[in-house]
Write a protein of this length. Structure first.
Length: 205
């Protein structure tokens, strides 16, 4: 048994101060909310200081609470990870929203994010965000809602979901495959010029 498993199996519960939240329910909600790719039961137990069986019971209670109060969202475990999802009772609303969005033009931020994914795929949200220098979660959700981007598979090591463009993306651009994407070499920085500027800066110092 590894140290992570031994830690979780300890029979103790964190105090409110140790937990850093008003209750275990709120702590679990916060942890799940900030995860792009979901979070495992083990990690939820580790970060809250509660045993897995206790965390599992509270998650089940949260699921019931959301359903009974007819919330527009729910939590589910998919592929061993817990994530927030829109409620199935809102499917008609979401479908209408997505269809209406098809007629709206993409923003500059969406176009830039889409370009990064297209040329760097498969890639992750973290990598796209690092390239653009901003949080891209909202933009990626928009691109996925428009059917231009999809998540498929996970990255070896990190377990992060991988992003790809879709067939609809190719269709909208009039391309038969990703090989038909235009070259971006002309838009990349000239390495020789950068090296020359760097040498000049060193000489000045």
């Amino acid at each position: 048994m590894n140290s992570r498993e031994e830690y979780v199996e300890q029979e103790f519960e964190a105090t409110q101060e140790e937990l850093g939240a008003s209750s275990l329910k709120s702590a679990l909600e916060a942890l799940i909310l900030i995860q792009d790719d979901g979070i495992t039961l083990l990690d939820l137990a580790l970060h809250t200081g509660y045993p897995e069986n206790k965390v599992s019971k509270v998650l089940e209670q949260l699921m019931r609470d959301y359903k009974e109060s007819q919330r527009g969202f729910e939590i589910r475990e998919v592929n061993g990870k817990w994530r927030f999802y829109t409620s199935s009772t809102c499917s008609n609303l979401i479908e209408r929203y997505v269809k209406d969005g098809q007629n709206a033009r993409l923003t500059q931020a969406s176009l830039e994010t889409l370009a990064v994914i297209a040329y760097r795929q498969p890639t992750t949200r973290a990598r796209v965000g690092a390239i653009r220098g901003v949080n891209v979660d909202g933009v990626i959700r928009t691109l996925m809602a428009r059917g231009l981007v999809q998540e498929s598979g996970t990255e070896l090591g990190s377990g992060a979901l991988l992003l790809y463009t879709t067939d609809l993306f190719l269709e909208r651009l009039g391309l038969s495959s990703l090989d038909d994407l235009p070259s971006i070499e002309q838009f990349l920085p000239d390495i020789a010029s950068i090296e020359a500027l760097t040498d000049t800066a060193v000489d000045i110092e």
